[in-house]
Design a protein around this ligand. Sequence first.
Ligand code: HEC
Length: 197
Amino acid sequence: MRIDRYLTGLLILAALGPFLMSGSVSAKEYFTIKNGVLERPSGFREWIYVGTPLTPDDMNNGRASFPEFHNVYIDPESWEHWKKTGKFREGAILIKEMAGVGSKAATSGKGYFMGDFIGLEATIKSKREFPGEPGNWAYFSFTTEDHRSVKKTANAQSQANCNGCHETSAQDDFVFTQYYPVLRAGKANPENAVGGK
Ligand code: HEC
């Protein structure tokens, strides 16, 4: 009898182990990190789109440091959390996919119109993975020199390269929500978040 109970206990522990270790039973993560290396996330164009900052080359001495359109997405579970709490959850990931200016005139008028994809960056908030990073945010770049392809994996960037500027100038917990109308509208406001009634 006692042996039975002991065995049942062991089985339950074995089944729960991975959840107990990750600290949460339900939180889904949208990234894979192996030995500190981030695999290029996939499927993010179907996450929640939050905004598109634009730094055209021709307004930045011919070469913007992050060219040119920056389409930014947040993973769906972090969006749910943001709508309810106005905070970025443990395990949040934001992606910035860059597209070049393809054309400067359309039938609608002169302007900047998107061309091809030319780069990919990511930021992840995880105490478990990055206990030493400021705010527990780490930054990754999959962009290549020639902007024609993206890397399959990326190492966390040094704090000097990325964290500092985000920490000083971003509006909400290292994230530049001042440039993302979708996040601003939805901050702790579930009804507004989806476009109001
Ligand atoms: C000089 C300041 C500065 C530095 C350095 C910097 N960023 Fe940013 N980053 C910004 C600004 C401003 C935005 C929002 C506007 C934009 O994209 O132009 C942004 C947005 C982002 C976003 C979208 C999510 C968010 O946090 O708003 C990612 C991802 C990102 N940066 C990655 C990186 C990576 C990777 C590095 C290091 C290689 C880096 N950044 C370095 C200023 C900076």
